[in-house]
Design a binder for this molecule. Sequence first.
Ligand code: A3P
Length: 323
Amino acid sequence: MEEVEKEKEDELLSSLPKIKAWQMGYMYKYQGFWYPPHVIHALATCQEHFEAQNTDTIVATFPKAGTTWMKALSFAVLTRAQHSPSQSPLLSINPHDLVPYLELKLYKNKQIPDLSALSSSPRIFAVHVPYQSLPESVKNSACKIVYLGRNPLDTFVSFWHFLNKSAGKGGGETLPLEECFDDFCQGVVACGPFFDHVLGYWKQSLERPDKVLFLTYEDLKEDPSMQLKRLAEFLGCPFSVEEERVGVIQEITKLCSFNVLKDMEHNKTGKSPIANFDNTDFFRRGVVGDWINFLTPEMGERLSNIMEQKLAGSGLGFKIRPQ
Ligand code: A3P
């Protein structure tokens, strides 16, 4: 059985366009997006086997858009009836362990997880895959999708730093910034092209606002309370007047803030469920506009121009500097 499966895998990969990317060795184009091979196998398994429930929440992001933050916020909002912020499991468990990735964790290595073993409803999962490649049951059920977008300049810089952490652990050299940037601009990045990813979810959020909520990292930074209220309303558990009065929104915002999460012992020391990474690798600077410290003005202009072109007419825009 295993042999047959393996053959199928090899057939799948060999049928796909392939490219050597600076950041990750070979990547393959599957359903219009680039991935390292192991993600394609996991994604195909997940597409075949994952059955969404109407009460599920899916946190969707492009890598390095602030997934860790969004997982923590979604978890805190959805489970606040069971755990007040002062007794939250976030105080002792990393957000990636509380909100597992479908394609990077649960269906990794083509395993088919027994999700009935998951504690309780509401179930919260995460994905980095684009809307187009979500399992059909996610698209067709009443489950909710929360997408967090981030400006491409900060996303790229964050990704480059993140991959360097992994490269450094393997004794590798720092990845060349210019070449990685060029790949990113051309759409060659894991889960890219970046703009196709963002626009896929953005369009769905316009067409099906009850199904997909589109938030941005920059708006969350600017006014976390307001965005948290949008999130809670969308998820069907708006904050009550009493909750607002006693400051639950502020408590959740604080619990999930960069400085608080980053300094929790388990987030400083634990091993990440994502291979080659430690929990601490998911917390770097956590600001808007850090790209300016790494990209030349020409690079900034190039990616800003691409952003303008790609997003033209969509109604979507990203702030690239702090307010
Ligand atoms: P920087 O590298 O720009 O600092 P992801 O969680 O998708 O891997 O994204 C990681 C990015 O989000 C990193 O960005 C990280 O510092 C930032 N981040 C992590 N937790 C955060 C939080 N609670 N608030 C704001 N940013 C956070």
